[in-house]
Design a binder for this molecule. Structure first.
Ligand SMILES: [Fe+2]
Length: 447
């Protein structure tokens, strides 16, 4: 038996495997590129290491491509053959992996909560449960878990900076902006390469409309992001939002081509269909479209990615973006194939994910498609009654804001100022400062 950085027991006799597992956890928590490489080192050192197999499976499931789930299942089965030697914490990871492979997100969350009740310093479980809850929109739950564990943490616990980043994001999505900024800045002071901490503070600045602060904050940290995985593109998406808000569309297109969606960058070449990258791209292009900015032929490459995602329901927010991209590129037959797959899944699948598709993804998708086709009455018909449940599509306030903007744009084009006023009031309650200016940044015609 060995122990990890925080003293948690690891079922392995190999010191090399234990060290590699700790490195893998640090990498995964830190959105770094080399998590899988460290897991493989652990497996080379101890092929029967249960937690290494579980982590490998969880990394595979984390990319949200069900076509790759058999790889995760193989890791699960390899781990189960050795699981009689595993401790309860490690068995918890296996149970979470099994649940995720079967589309049972809430079951996986329960397994992580059980791990954290016994081991509140398990940083990996914190990262994974926040990831799962974030992608289903359960922001209150997300914060509750990290706050529950906070008394077990202090500056002398290894990984404290990463914990502070998780705490910051939990606070931010629940409107505790001052706490979020304090924890986020603390995490970055401890490690300037902590992308999640930088990200939480960027979210605070986005919500508060602090465009200049946001640009300066991210600009000051960008030199520390060379080891980050595709999450770095999301940081550039945030940077782009600040410029978008200032009406600097040329800068946004420049960032889009160079930092958010450069098809020749090594990260995108290695994983062109990454769901987060896809979301960032669709979101920026649609926001630019709605502001009347010509995005050229950029939708075409993104619509190709969207077609590849038809029938993939593992990431609800991405499913909403698929509709947006296909409609924007005018791919009508693909839109119909996508909607048929989505409706079929929503009506026949019994997982909590399918319930989310029924209540949030379908109205968001149908609203986005109607908006793109200029049928603004239909867009209102889909989005207005569903809007209060759209949080179930997952992601952050800033990401879901795209669908509020689509609804507001349709309402504005119909002259429905009553609806626009309601939406502005709701945006304000959600925590967005200056909502009216967000809908009409400088330089955008009031047509
Ligand atoms: Fe974000």
């Amino acid at each position: 038996m060995r122990r990890d950085d925080r003293g948690l027991e690891l079922t392995t006799s190999s010191a090399d495997a234990a060290e590699a597992l700790s490195r893998a956890a640090t990498s995964l928590v830190g959105h770094r590129l080399d998590a899988m490489a460290h897991v493989n080192v652990a497996l080379d050192a101890d092929p029967g290491c249960v937690l290494a197999h579980a982590m490998k499976g969880l990394l595979v499931v984390g990319v949200r491509l069900p076509g790759r789930y058999p790889e995760a299942q193989a890791e699960l089965e390899a781990a189960e053959t050795a699981s009689d030697r595993a401790n309860e914490r490690e068995k918890g990871y296996l149970a979470a992996l099994s649940a995720l492979i079967r589309g049972r997100t809430l079951d996986a969350v329960s397994h992580y909560e059980t791990i954290l009740a016994a081991c509140p310093r398990d940083l990996l479980a914190h990262r994974l449960v926040q990831f799962e809850l974030f992608w289903i929109g359960e922001s209150t739950w997300m914060r509750d878990i990290v706050e529950r564990a906070a008394p077990a943490w202090s500056a002398d616990v290894p990984g404290f900076g990463a914990f502070q980043a998780l705490r910051a994001f939990g606070c931010e999505e629940n409107g505790f902006h001052a706490d979020a900024e304090r924890y986020g800045r603390d995490s970055v002071e401890r490690d300037p390469a902590n992308g999640w901490g930088a990200h939480a503070v960027a979210h605070v600045m986005e919500m508060q409309g602090r465009d200049e602060d946001g640009i300066a904050w991210l600009d000051g940290l960008k030199g520390h992001w060379s080891e980050l995985n595709n999450f770095v593109h999301h940081l550039w998406w945030h940077r782009s939002l600040f410029h978008l808000s200032r009406g600097e569309f040329g800068a946004v297109l420049e960032f889009y081509d160079r930092e958010v969606r450069d098809p020749e960058s090594p990260l995108i070449e290695a994983n062109p269909g990454h769901y987060g990258d896809f979301q960032n791209a669709v979101d920026l292009l649609k926001r630019l479209d709605m502001y009347g900015c010509d995005v050229g032929d950029r939708w075409e490459a993104i619509a190709d990615l969207a077609e590849d995602r038809i029938g993939n329901h593992a990431a609800p927010l991405s499913s909403g973006h698929v509709a947006t991209a296909l409609a924007a590129a005018g791919r009508d037959s693909a839109v119909e194939a996508y909607l048929a797959a989505l409706r079929g899944y929503a009506s026949t699948d019994e997982t909590d994910n399918a319930a989310r598709v029924r209540s949030a993804v379908l109205p968001a998708a149908e609203g986005a498609i109607a908006h793109q086709r200029g049928d603004h009455e239909a867009a209102l018909g889909h989005l207005l009654p569903a809007r209060r449940g759209l949080w179930r599509i997952g992601g952050s306030h800033a990401q879901r804001d795209l669908f509020t903007r689509i609804l507001a744009d349709s309402a504005r084009r119909l002259g429905r100022n009553d609806v626009v006023d309601i939406l502005l009031e709701e945006m304000s309650r959600t925590g967005f400062a200056r909502p009216a200016e967000r809908l009409r940044p400088p330089g955008v015609a009031k047509h």
